[in-house]
Structures are given as structure tokens and as C-alpha cells.
Write a protein that binds this ligand. Structure first.
Ligand code: SAM
Ligand code: SF4
Length: 327
């Protein structure tokens, strides 16, 4: 049982670890075209530091880690970090969130290192649109990376696709068809007013996926589906006889803050108790001097201060960018 219980009774067993804030794409809702000011490299924690911190987190009750970024595969030797997580910690689940650009090259090594599964972000299956929203492109590499992940056994394979009003809503039915054929979970996500999405005027791009789900359920006879891996906030559905499933992540239209069990650790050693709240607890120096008690206190302190939920629907925004927070 997790010792990380907040003042609202929520127990935390899941940690997202961002290994870098750098990225090889510039998704328009996530980063400005020119990029952001990245953290100086000497502020970014080593794999040894991050792994040692996960050690303490597991003692406190964390049993699932998601490696993220920025783009985590930009960090050299990422499989080494996965191997540290796998061998040194009693984790039930090690997952990776990636844009997939470099996945083809690393899928086998990641699987061998002990990675359980992967989520790949693909906002459009149209090459030109993909290039437009990411400002760089490379859909073919991402698809090859996704196939390589499936072949390497990194399953269940999930694809995250952010639904942006007037941009990719016409691809929803195509994704349903993809799940009929392939054993993949496609998760539709709502745009949140975080970082560049809030600053760059993407708040109006939000599409209510609770409504979308009802319409898709009617059109495709979707039925609720069971899921066993990754107890995240998505609700899963399935077309009749489909090989794969569909997930709907609805932080805006149907918030799930009351069941939140996640904490985040940034690549520079800040604990973020809530994705929506810019409050953070800096444990970088405690990590570097290997002060177990101070790191434990940092986790407890962060959890005790966790807010009840976001106020995005009342116009609140989050300052820190998603490439720092890791999603
Ligand atoms: N670079 C990797 C990737 O894109 O998968 C990992 C980090 S990225 C920040 C993680 C996820 O956050 C991606 O699926 C991305 O679409 C999502 N994301 C970024 N900004 C967002 C926003 N404002 N609202 C909702 N999701 C967002
Ligand atoms: Fe990079 Fe992921 Fe942000 Fe896109 S969403 S810019 S891939 S961190």
C-alpha cells in the first residue's frame, strides 16, 4: 500500500519520470516554432540520480514508472536507464511515451532492457498534416518505429492522438478502422491549457471527446472494453470483433482528478504533484547528496500539498510546458 496519500485520500503508485526537456519535434500546441529555452545540460540529472530517486519512490509505494520527456529517446543510451529501472526496482510496469521518430532504432534494445510497453504519439496519419502539426514531420519513421515496437513485444501498444478542432477530427473514423484490423489501443486526447497550448491560443482547439465518443459509439456500435494494463484515466471501448481498442482521455470534458494516482519527476529534479498546478518541490540537491530522508520528505511534502483538481474549465492555465512536465 502506498505511503503517498494526499489530503483527499488519493494514494499514489505511479511516477512519470522525464529524462529530458529537449525534443526533435515542435508540435504547435506544445512548443513554439523556435523551441523553448532548454535546461542547461548540467542541471539535468544523470540516470544514476534518477534511478536512485525511483528507488526511494518505490519504497514509498510507487510501483509503475513511465519514462517521458521532451523526447526521451533523444537521451543517449536510454535502454541503460530502463535496465536500471528493471533490475534495481520492484516495478510492476515500466512504460515509455515517445514521439516514435527514433523508436525503430531502439525498440529491440528497450525491450531487452526490460521495457514493458510503449505509447507513441501520432496526431495525424496524413504525412502532410503530420508535418504541419509537428512543424518537422517524419510520419514514415514514426510508423516504422511503431511497427518495430510491436515486433519487439512492447505491448499493449498504445497510440496517443491529440484531437484538435478543425485539424484532425475527420480522422476519427479512420482510427476506429485501424483498431478493427490491428491489435493496438488508439487513445483520443483532449487539448489541455498547458504551456504553449495556453500561450499560443490553442485553448479553442479543444474538442469535447465525451460527445465524440457518444457519436462514434452510435456510428460504429462501440462497446465498453476491459483493460488490464496501465490504470490510467482513459475509458476503453471496442468496435465489434475489433483486434484493438479505443481510449478516450477527457481531462476537460470529464475530469478524473478524484482518482489521480500520479506524481511527476522532471529531468532537473522537481516533483510535480499535479499536472495543472505550477507548484513543485525541488529535490535536486537532496538527490545529488544522496540524502534519503530529504528525498522522502520531498515526496511526502509534495503529496500533502497536492491540489484537489484543475480549474482549467474556469479559465485557469498552467505555465510550465508539457515538454518539461512529460505529459
Ligand atoms: N515527446 C513525447 C511524445 O510526444 O509522446 C513525450 C512527451 S509529450 C509532452 C507527451 C504527450 O503530451 C504527447 O502525447 C502530447 O501529444 C501530449 N501533449 C502535449 N501538449 C499537450 C496539451 N497541451 N494538451 C494535451 N496533451 C498534450
Ligand atoms: Fe516534442 Fe512530444 Fe512536445 Fe511534440 S508533444 S513537441 S513530440 S515533447
Amino acid at each position: 500500500m502506498s505511503e503517498l496519500v494526499d489530503t483527499f485520500g488519493r494514494a499514489h503508485d505511479s511516477l512519470r519520470v522525464s529524462v529530458t526537456d529537449r525534443c526533435n519535434l515542435r508540435c504547435s500546441y506544445c512548443m513554439p516554432e523556435e523551441g523553448v529555452e532548454f535546461e542547461p545540460r548540467d542541471h539535468v540529472l544523470s540516470f544514476e540520480d534518477l534511478s536512485w530517486t525511483v528507488d526511494i519512490a518505490t519504497d514509498l509505494g510507487i510501483d509503475a514508472v513511465r519514462v517521458t520527456g521532451g523526447e526521451p529517446l533523444l537521451r543517449a543510451n536510454l535502454p541503460t536507464f530502463v535496465e536500471m529501472l528493471d533490475q534495481r526496482h520492484a516495478l510492476d510496469d515500466i512504460a515509455l511515451t515517445t514521439n516514435g521518430l527514433l523508436l525503430e532504432r531502439h525498440a529491440d534494445a528497450l525491450a531487452e532492457a526490460g521495457l514493458d510497453r510503449v505509447n507513441v504519439s501520432i496526431d495525424s496519419m496524413d504525412t502532410e498534416r503530420f508535418a504541419e502539426i509537428t512543424r518537422i514531420g517524419g510520419l514514415e519513421s514514426v510508423v516504422r518505429g511503431t511497427v518495430a515496437a510491436a515486433r519487439a513485444g512492447l505491448e499493449p501498444l498504445k497510440i496517443n492522438t491529440l484531437i484538435v478542432d478543425g485539424f484532425n477530427t475527420d480522422e476519427l473514423d479512420r482510427w476506429v478502422e485501424i483498431t478493427r484490423e490491428f491489435e493496438v489501443t488508439v487513445r483520443f486526447m483532449e487539448v489541455m491549457p498547458i504551456g504553449e497550448a495556453a500561450r499560443g491560443g490553442h485553448v479553442g482547439d479543444f474538442v469535447d471527446l465525451t460527445d465524440v465518443r457518444e457519436r462514434l459509439a452510435d456510428r460504429h456500435d462501440l462497446e465498453p472494453a476491459d483493460t488490464s494494463v496501465g490504470n490510467g484515466p482513459a475509458r476503453y471501448w471496442k468496435a465489434p470483433d475489433a483486434a484493438g481498442t479505443l481510449g478516450f482521455i477527457t481531462p476537460m470534458s470529464h475530469p478524473y482528478c478524484d482518482t489521480c494516482s500520479r506524481l511527476r519527476l522532471t529531468s532537473t529534479g522537481d516533483i510535480r504533484p499535479c499536472l495543472a498546478d505550477d507548484a513543485q518541490v525541488d529535490i535536486a540537491s537532496a538527490i545529488q547528496r544522496r540524502d534519503t530522508e530529504a528525498v522522502e520528505t520531498g515526496f511526502q511534502f509534495a503529496v500533502e500539498r497536492k491540489v484537489a483538481g484543475h480549474e482549467w474549465r474556469d479559465g485557469a492555465t498552467t505555465e510550465t510546458g508539457m515538454s518539461t512536465l512529460g505529459g
